[in-house]
Design a protein around this ligand. Structure first.
Ligand code: ADP
Ligand code: MG
Length: 270
């Protein structure tokens, strides 16, 4: 942390946090997608970002990364401006947003994750290829290294994108709906890898769609719907009350009741 940073913002964002934002407002044209959002994700933990379709979850990741402009707000990554911390972040975008019609093999995709470490014009060496293969192996895709990415199933593609993120050797992993449309075996493989990253002290933040697995998979949760509805440890922030506030009428009472089996119950602390 530099002294300059402290001088610029007297009430500093937590420098130990892998991602902290304050007053983040993002707008597409006139229409706000996020309004004055605060969040502080814990280091060495798995965090979920949860909210209905169109809540601004993907926007949150993109604006935090500086991929889209923000109207206002501050973002720090381990206490630094995000532009000065890019080498510490690996980002896996929402899969539907990537078009893989052009010919690229799985190992090429993973090698892209190494470009940041190569420097301009440096050639890919045997060591880089070995590293890329090790990353594919870690996600159970070693046998598919030379397969065209467009020929892989959705779940297999998602594992390859995770392998690319692993190749970046980042401290913060940002994933946008990593389990969307993948098979059960892929979901289990991905969660294993994410847990092993956490065990190494790395931080994982994932936009997560499946409310029934939030409690099992994550330590910390941000519930968002244009604004921050709740944030904190899953045990205290992921409750029937915060869920109904986040989803409004979109989750029926029956669904909220069944989720309350995993979420903290509405009144007592059973
Ligand atoms: P989520 O990921 O939570 O489903 P998004 O962050 O993708 O939501 O979108 C938040 C809101 O912003 C939605 O209403 C969406 O339609 C709108 N939006 C997202 N991207 C754009 C864009 N490029 N241009 C205009 N509106 C957008
Ligand atoms: Mg999204």
């Amino acid at each position: 942390m530099t002294d300059l940073k402290v001088l610029q913002s007297p009430a500093t964002l937590d420098p130990a946090s892998p991602l902290a934002v304050r007053g983040l407002t993002v707008s597409y044209g006139e229409k706000p997608a996020l309004f004055s959002l605060d969040a502080t994700f814990p280091a060495g933990a798995m965090s979920a970002i949860v909210g209905p379709n169109g809540a601004g979850k993907s926007t949150f990741l993109k604006a935090s990364l500086g991929l889209i402009p923000r109207v206002s707000g501050e973002v720090t990554v381990f206490g630094r401006e995000v532009t000065r911390a890019r080498d510490r972040i690996a980002y896996v975008p929402q899969r539907a947003s990537v078009d893989w019609d052009f010919p690229t093999t799985a190992i090429d995709v993973v090698l892209m994750g190494l470009y940041g470490q190569l420097g301009l014009w440096r050639r890919i060496s045997g060591a880089h290829k070995a590293r890329a293969r090790a990353c594919l192996d870690r996600v159970g895709m070693a046998d598919f290294a030379d397969r065209q990415i467009g020929q892989l199933s959705g779940g297999q593609q998602q594992r390859v994108f995770l392998a690319r993120a692993l190749a970046q050797d980042a401290d913060l992993f940002l994933l946008d709906e990593p389990f969307a449309g993948v098979d059960a075996a892929t979901e289990a493989a991905i969660i294993d890898v994410l847990k092993s990253l956490r065990a190494e002290g790395r931080s994982v933040i994932a936009v997560h769609h499946d409310l029934s697995t939030v409690t099992a998979y994550f330590d910390h949760v941000l519930l968002v719907n244009l604004r921050r509805i709740a944030e904190g440890p899953v045990a205290t922030a992921f409750t029937a009350d915060t869920l109904s506030e986040t989803y409004g009428g979109r989750l029926g009472a029956v669904q909220i009741d069944s989720l309350a089996l995993t979420a903290a119950p509405k009144k007592s602390g059973v």
